[in-house]
Design a protein around this ligand. Structure first.
Ligand code: MTE
Ligand code: MO
Length: 249
């Protein structure tokens, strides 16, 4: 039996791609080849990276003094404003689609489930990062309670805010959905999640870039394909600005 470790693969990949470095390094064409080699190497590394690995967790001393709120900071739809006026006591998270038992969960229900707290770094594609503490139930526990069907392939998060006409939405695959650090957070830095950061509940999917972390989540829908969702690319920014659906970090 041959044991293929990640390290062996990276070494093999780097060796074969970078052999002949000296020969090609000096010319324009050579630089092109090196850029391509680097891109191939990066995608090879991504393919063989364990997607269940944990994102780095930090200590309370590392918390950012200021955590920027980005995108929507205060949804203006009448439905959301009415929920916020009642401090979200009437809010319910719908969990439906390809599940055996569709759920309607209150904030109290989410708080009564086993909790996970984690201090992680949020990375936005716009070029800023911040370290914050997040707490909430694991998405996996909610999916288990709902009885995810075998046919389900993706989870779609439908949000309360509306940007340029359309509601924000995002989607992840089942590896990210069942990742131990994927939670529906209702607390941030040991306080109730502020509206600017996605109250009452926002997704934390720690191995992905910022735009995948849906705020103001109203509904989690299990689907077999992303085709019927928005314009079919799996997320608001994917659809309007060609962001990559897989934004793994
Ligand atoms: N519903 C919703 N979720 C969203 C956004 C948004 O505009 N609406 N912006 C995304 C982007 S680009 C980032 S970087 C993070 C910002 O989260 P923060 O406001 O807590 O910093 O939320 C993401 N989730
Ligand atoms: Mo972002």
């Amino acid at each position: 039996m041959t044991l293929i470790t990640r390290r062996n693969l990276i070494v093999a990949g780097a060796g074969s791609l970078l052999a002949g470095c000296d020969r090609v390094g000096k010319s324009e064409a050579g630089r092109d080849i090196l850029f391509k080699a680097e891109a191939v190497h990066r995608s090879l590394q991504r393919v063989i990276t364990n997607r269940n690995a944990l994102a780095r967790e930090f200590s309370p001393d590392d918390l950012s003094p200021r955590f920027r709120a980005n995108g929507t900071r205060s949804p203006r739809t009448p439905e959301y404003m009415a929920l916020a006026a009642n401090r979200f006591s009437d809010w319910r998270l719908r969990v439906d689609g390809l599940v055996a038992r569709p759920l309607s969960l209150s904030l109290a229900d989410l708080r009564a489930m086993p909790q996970r707290a984690q201090i992680t770094r949020h990375d936005c594609v716009e070029g800023w990062s911040a370290i914050g503490k997040w707490q909430g139930p694991k998405l996996s526990a909610i999916l288990d309670a709902a009885g995810l069907r075998d046919s389900a392939r993706y989870l779609v998060f439908h949000c309360a805010d509306s940007l340029r006409g359309g509601a924000y939405y995002e989607s992840i695959d089942l590896i990210d959905a069942f990742h131990p650090q994927t939670i529906l957070a209702w607390a941030m830095n040991d306080r109730i999640l502020p509206i600017a950061h996605g109250a009452p509940v926002r997704l934390r999917v720690e191995r992905q870039l910022g735009y995948k972390h849906a705020k103001y989540v109203m509904r989690v829908e299990a689907v077999v394909s992303l085709e019927g969702i928005g314009r079919g690319k799996g997320g608001y920014w994917e659809d309007v600005a060609d962001y990559e659906w897989y934004a793994g970090i």
